[in-house]
Design a binder for this molecule. Structure first.
Ligand SMILES: O=c1ccn([C@H]2C[C@H](O)[C@@H](CO)O2)c(=O)[nH]1
Ligand SMILES: [Zn+2]
Length: 139
């Protein structure tokens, strides 16, 4: 079934609103992510950096934590937006660690939506972003 453009717009709007809350005083690269769970609910997160640099967390991790706190454990789709604080939005693909975190709750079929600098939306499955991956069913 083709996805409604309105529903996708709502997911990107939630990701952009989360990005506006990002705490990124060190990289000054602001990221927002929004998940639609298996029940259609949206959960968002932003990156949160730390003076002890490696302790910073990605926006996707924040959105996953919000989803789990809300009682959901299935990622149907996730939108990610990012870019420098004082500059145009850029394509912001999830880092390797975030791909694995999405894998935990989204399986191979979770859809990952990214937005190009020109506004064009690119959609990939988790399996395309993280082929031959390790997941909960291996244990
Ligand atoms: O998947 C990613 C990759 C990077 N960042 C954040 C981490 C850091 O705060 C900033 C620059 O790496 O972007 C995310 O939020 N998600
Ligand atoms: Zn990440």
């Amino acid at each position: 079934m083709p996805q409604s453009a309105v529903a996708l717009e709502a997911l990107f709007a939630a990701a952009a609103a989360a990005r506006a809350r990002a705490y990124a005083p060190y990289s000054r690269f602001l990221v927002g992510a929004a998940i639609r769970d298996g029940d259609g609910r949206i959960h968002a997160g932003c990156n949160v950096e730390n003076a002890a640099y490696p302790l910073g967390t990605c926006a996707e991790a924040g959105a996953i934590a919000a989803m789990v706190l809300a009682g959901a454990t299935e990622i149907a789709e996730i939108a990610v937006v990012g870019g420098p604080e004082h500059g145009a939005e850029l394509l912001c693909p999830p880092c390797g660690g975030c791909r694995q975190k999405i894998r935990e709750f989204g399986g191979l079929t979770a859809r990952v939506h990214l937005r190009e600098a020109d506004g064009r939306i690119r959609t990939l499955t988790l399996d395309e972003l993280l082929p031959i991956s390790f997941g909960p069913e291996h244990l």
